[in-house]
Design a protein around this ligand. Structure first.
Ligand code: HEM
Length: 537
């Protein structure tokens, strides 16, 4: 109820939309006509046919027939909650974003966690990436940080996203599988596109089976930009760190839980919030001055790379607490629409080609998923600040616009004032110099696919390495094509020969030859192939 949170503008706004208590009066049709009886349809005689003129019957069935909307094309299954964010201190040195200035101001948020591959009704504890999407309802409009629980992505350019998702989703002829990514199309894609390897290493690690959404890290993945009041940019990577620490399930547990409780992660989030154990995350940033853009041996615009924390430490800047479950799953968790292009003054994009594609894709998909252009009027999507513009009409228009519906009018109404570029409230894009030839070619600076997977592999403890070898064996062991198995193992050998050998042995493909000049650090002598051997497939 509202009185719980008098100061929370999002909560006040939601109250206005709460449906009236149906117990407060008799049942009515959508037109408000009172209905006396809803258990029998109107019929011609006690045992006769149902009559078309029974408007209550027809309305009731029609409304039921239209209850479903398309599920998200990816991240279909999820769970969400409301909460708040507060900065620890002002970040004015780097960004003018209002919600990052004042530690006494709490900004309402909605967070949706999700699996990526499975449909809406699939199980929670599958081996998969998890979405971690946050909508900040700030005093300058909505800011969406649409991240994942891995810091890297599978592809470098969004133009490959349809190919990647087609390969990840169930196979087109039989819609199998719907669980983990154990099938030919996925591994075919991986073996032909080595840029996937770093994310695939995360996918084969224990990070891909989180024990709880409350115990999961989140990452913005891309390099974004902060912009300060003077217009100076700073590259930034975002990190959410869970207060409870990072915890995973082991594979056997995950499989058993899938059978016993497919809602394991969703139920945990809901129950813990209901019980008052409010999950908390710290927001951290890695900051890189504009002049250091080319200081690394990878490209900051490449979403398959991390910035190692040894090079650029993560600075904590604030915390987020989730303390309220939604009132209605469909209205809120299902209808929320996140979009990477929802930014506020002080936060800007980079030319990361994956991010640029996302900035097109989310709004586009939501136009069909949420039935037209007015979905920002759905309560969960509404900003807590006024919306004034000349956008009009369209499916599901809920506002009674009056006055002129075009810019620069002298007749009054519509949207009176237009802020100019000098207005500090107005969003202004960072003035980045751009020039070049139009070419369809990825920069050579995106080309090293093996060093960072090697870094990841060598950062693992022995038992973590063992889990990864078991995961590779289990997943690749399900692949029918011997060529795909072999090609994938060849790719693994370019990351670490010992790993590739352990996997090859478990899935019955020839041991790859040690490639010359294999990149990555030399494996620890304590770790022999013997110690990597798991139970096999
Ligand atoms: C949905 C994250 C790359 C297209 C989502 C969601 C998350 C997410 C968290 C679920 C949002 C929710 O809970 O409603 C990411 C991350 C990416 C990435 C971290 C890489 C860094 C891409 C790319 C594209 C894309 C490259 C397309 C070019 C979509 C679409 C949806 C989606 C179409 C469904 C949105 C909806 O129906 O509302 N993504 N994604 N994503 N993503 Fe991505």
């Amino acid at each position: 109820p509202q009185q719980d949170r008098p100061g929370d503008p999002k909560q006040r706004q939601r109250e206005a939309y709460r449906a009236p208590d149906p117990a407060g009066g008799p049942l009515t049709t959508d037109q408000g006509v009172v209905v006396d009886h809803t258990d029998d349809a109107l019929a011609a005689g006690e045992r006769g046919p149902t009559l078309l003129e029974d408007f209550h019957f027809r309305e009731k069935i029609t409304r039921f027939d239209h209850e479903r909307i398309p599920e998200r094309v990816v991240h279909a299954r999820g769970a969400g909650a409301y909460g708040w964010f507060e900065p620890y201190h002002s970040c004015a040195e780097f960004t003018k974003a209002a919600f990052l200035q004042d530690p006494s101001v709490r900004t309402p948020v909605f967070v949706r966690f999700s699996t990526v591959q499975g449909p809406r009704g699939s199980a929670d504890t599958v081996r998969d990436v998890r979405g971690f999407a946050t909508k900040f309802y700030t005093s300058e409009g909505n800011y969406d940080l649409v991240g994942n629980n891995f810091p890297v992505f599978f592809i470098q350019d969004g133009i490959k996203f349809p190919d990647f998702v087609h390969a990840v989703k169930p196979e087109p002829h039989n819609d199998i599988p719907t669980g983990a990514s154990a099938h030919d199309t996925f591994w075919d894609f991986v073996s032909l596109q080595p840029e996937t390897l770093h994310a695939v290493f995360w996918l084969m690690s224990d990070r891909a089976i989180p024990r709880s959404y409350r115990m999961m890290q989140g990452f913005g993945v891309h390099t974004f930009r902060f912009v300060d009041a003077r217009g100076r940019g700073t590259f930034v990577k975002f990190h959410w760190k869970p207060k409870l620490g990072v915890h995973s399930l082991v594979w056997d547990e995950a499989q058993e839980i899938q059978g016993r409780d497919p809602d394991y992660n969703r139920r945990d989030l809901w129950d813990m919030i209901e019980a008052g154990h409010h999950p908390e995350w710290e927001l951290g940033v890695q900051l890189v001055p504009e002049e250091d853009e080319h200081a690394f041996d990878f490209d900051l615009l490449d979403a398959t790379k991390i910035i190692p924390e040894e090079l650029v430490p993560v600075r904590p800047i604030g915390r987020m607490v989730l303390d309220r479950n939604p009132d209605n799953f469909f209205a809120e968790t299902e209808q929320i629409a996140f979009h990477t292009a929802n930014v506020v003054p002080g936060i800007d994009f980079t030319n990361d080609p994956l991010l640029q594609a996302r900035n097109f894709s989310y709004l586009d998909t939501q136009l069909i998923r949420l039935g037209g252009p007015n979905f920002a009027q759905i309560p969960v999507n509404q900003p807590v600040v006024p919306v004034r513009n000349h956008q009009r009409d369209g499916y599901h228009q809920g506002r009674l616009h009056t006055g002129a519906n075009y810019g620069k009018n002298s007749l009054g109404g519509g949207c009176p004032g237009i802020a100019d570029a000098t207005d500090p409230r107005a969003y202004s894009h960072l003035q980045e110099r751009v020039d070049g030839r139009k070419i369809r070619k990825r920069s050579l600076s995106f080309e090293d696919f093996y060093s960072q997977p090697a870094l990841f592999w060598h950062s693992m403890a022995d038992w973590e390495k063992r889990h990864m070898v078991e995961a590779f064996r289990f997943e690749l062991g399900k692949v029918n094509s011997v060529r795909v198995r072999g090609r994938t193992v060849d790719q693994l050998a370019l990351v670490d020969h010992e790993l590739a050998a352990a996997v090859a042995e478990g899935i019955g493909v020839p041991l790859p030859e040690q490639p010359e000049g294999t990149p990555g650090p030399v494996p620890s002598p304590a770790l022999s192939i013997e110690s990597l051997k798991g139970p096999g497939t």
